[in-house]
Design a protein around this ligand. Structure first.
Ligand code: SF4
Length: 622
């Protein structure tokens, strides 16, 4: 087997043991790496119903056959576990030197099991694994922890760490790396915290596995230069992802006031032009020549790295239009190790619920000072309110009652990203059927939908586009593992990726081979969901109810009087199920599973289908 190291590191924190395990070539070819490895490992090894914050949950860090090689934007890793936010498989990717260092240490993935007795840092160097005390940094934020690690080991090591959010089991705590990278939105940081694992540090000294290292290097380095040149020509990294904010505002897709409004006259104050004008420095993931991490000074004078999702959800969605204040909220989330998207949605939901009389409290839209306090309370789980905010929107809505679940902006427990789909059916579907909850990573159809089709359509072409994007984004890029931005933002051709894969592995795969593996992964995540929530129905694949509410329609602007229509959305969902090979309840059919080589899992799916026939109300995070 070439291209993979062929090994997984299994670490047990309870008894401080570790093992180097081999995997077969068949496993590698079936699941590729990254998300594929993580889904398969967690599906096979986790018993249904376990407590995601208990020692029986496992954290997987997984890389793919192009991770860390010198080629465009390969410096990413996937982190995955059973999610404490959604109650089933959850994952995320982040830019980190672990992408290279763990593979140089001889592993394509690591599995962390059990729970340490005391705050711990794992140090891995090739075959050596040390269980070190993290007492000194327990209770500290991610920036201080990162600096502490750099002081000990230098800046070249791979690092994953958590802040107080993860330590205090905030259900949307993320894992952090480098200066500004985060990943694992559905609470992967809380899973680390539940194991008293403050940080993982990795150093490897062996060469990266590759079928033809010389050819790989020539191909990859040449392409890195080409991508860098394209970036300069297109100007993508001038505003990075924040460039999209002005467009969202113009086309009525911006989240404003807990997604009640779709644009705002003050949005220009926080748009990409303003972010670029305030730029202090630029950061990026390893092996990236189109770096999109723009930092600015926040209200307190600290450097804070912004992207569109952060600005949209901590800015316009809270009606905070002072960029330095938005940067402060973002800094706090990053330092505490909270997901900025979920944190923004949690705060906006709280303000909305107070305004509508469903909750008591003193938080109002636009109040940046109080928002900062609330983030601290959530991260430290201070008092009843801090605990409530730390549990995420869905649990808050269940606590508040009064129909507030309709405007808790989440799907399957995971808060929506910063695209207001009040009248964008395709993107609403993308959120509804995103396998881990409402993440934009899986299928960002919004630009295609608004620029190249009619917004009115609920036709099969939109379901087809969502599937196409899922195969590329949630399938190929998450398994290889790499960043999708060269393709999305610069038009870097997709067929480069099988070339990298083939150069690394010596195989002869096409894009279709990659997509088939992606379909297998989506089917298995769905089975993971059904295993945890056997009474699931198609309603679980619906976006937030408020988008269907005519009384919530815009009074003016490009979509005045319009909102999603439930009967049409349901037909669109059926197109998606039909094209995916899922039945009318969203369960992968036996035929599909057999075709994907999941015959063993097909029997389980039949069992879920029967249970689902007796389904009661829609399920989601418990
Ligand atoms: Fe990281 Fe941005 Fe570069 Fe992608 S484009 S690898 S997210 S810095």
């Amino acid at each position: 087997m070439k291209g993979w190291t062929g090994h997984i590191l299994r670490v047990n924190l309870t008894n401080k043991s570790f093992k180097k395990e081999s995997f077969s070539e068949e496993f590698a070819k079936t699941w590729i790496g990254g998300r594929g490895f993580a889904v398969k490992i967690l599906y096979d090894e986790l018993k249904p119903g376990i407590d995601p914050l208990g020692p029986e949950n496992k954290l997987v860090v997984a890389l793919g056959p192009i991770s860390g090689i010198p080629a465009p934007n390969t410096g990413k890793a996937v982190v995955a576990a059973k999610s404490p936010l959604t109650g089933f498989y959850g994952d995320g990717n982040l830019g980190t030197r672990i992408s290279e260092q763990l593979r140089k240490a001889g592993y394509d993935a690591m599995i962390v099991e059990g729970k340490a007795e005391r705050p711990t840092m794992l140090y891995i160097e090739d075959d050596k694994v040390e269980f070190l005390s993290a007492d000194e940094v327990w209770g500290q934020g991610t920036y201080a922890t990162n600096d502490w690690i750099y002081k000990k080991y230098g800046r070249g090591v791979g690092v994953l760490n958590i802040g107080q959010g993860g330590e205090n089991l905030v259900r949307y705590a993320v894992i952090r790396s480098l200066e500004g990278r985060s990943g694992g939105r559905p609470g992967m940081g809380a899973v680390m915290g539940s194991k008293l694992l403050k940080a993982i540090v990795v150093k490897g000294t062996q060469p990266l596995p590759s079928a033809d290292p010389k050819a790989m290097k020539e191909l990859g380095l040449g392409d890195l230069k080409k991508v860098g040149a394209m970036d300069k020509k297109t100007g993508w990294s001038i505003q990075g992802t924040t460039g999209i904010l002005a467009w969202c505002n113009e086309v009525a897709a911006l989240p404003v006031r807990n997604f009640r409004k779709t644009s705002h006259g003050d949005a220009w104050n926080i748009d990409g032009e303003r972010v670029n004008a305030a730029r202090v420095a630029t950061y990026g993931c390893p092996t990236c020549t189109m770096r999109c991490g723009i930092t600015i000074h926040d209200k307190e004078g600290r450097e804070s790295e912004l992207d569109y999702e952060n600005v949209g959800l901590l800015g316009s969605n809270l009606e905070i239009f002072e960029l330095a204040q938005v940067a402060s909220l973002n800094y706090l989330c990053d330092d505490y190790g909270l997901d900025t998207m979920s944190a923004g949605c949690v705060l906006s939901f709280y303000a909305d619920a107070i305004e509508r009389g469903a909750a008591a409290g003193d938080f109002k839209f636009g109040d940046a000072a109080r928002a900062k306090e609330l983030l601290r309370m959530a991260a430290l789980r201070e008092g009843k309110l801090g605990n409530l905010l730390a549990d995420g929107s869905l649990r808050m809505a269940r606590e508040f009652g009064h129909g507030s679940e309709a405007y808790a902006m989440q799907v399957k427990g995971l808060e929506v990203a910063a695209y207001n789909c009040k009248f964008i059916p395709g993107q609403a579907l993308a959120f509804g059927v995103s396998p881990i909850g409402a993440h934009h990573r899986e299928a960002w159809i919004i630009a295609f939908e608004i620029k190249h089709t009619t917004r009115e359509s609920y036709g099969p072409e939109k379901a087809a586009k969502v599937i196409e994007l899922q195969r590329i984004r949630g399938g190929m890029f998450e398994t290889l593992v790499g960043c999708r931005f060269p393709w999305i933002e610069l038009g870097w051709p997709l067929d480069n990726y099988p070339k990298y894969f083939n150069a690394a592995t010596g195989l002869d795969w096409t894009l279709d081979d990659m997509y088939k593996a992606g379909d297998r992964i989506y089917a298995l995540i769905k089975l993971h969901y059904l295993r945890e929530f056997p009474a699931a129905t198609r309603k679980d694949d619906y976006p937030p109810a408020v988008w269907f509410d005519p009384s919530n329609a815009d009074a003016e602007g490009p979509i005045a009087g319009r909102c999603l229509e439930a009967d049409k959305y349901d037909k669109l969902l059926q197109h998606y199920y039909d094209q995916r090979g899922f039945d009318e309840r969203g369960i992968p059919t036996k035929e599909l599973l057999n075709k994907l080589g999941l015959s063993k899992e097909a029997a389980a799916a039949e069992k879920y289908a029967k249970l689902s026939e007796r389904a009661g109300q829609p399920q989601a995070a418990k």
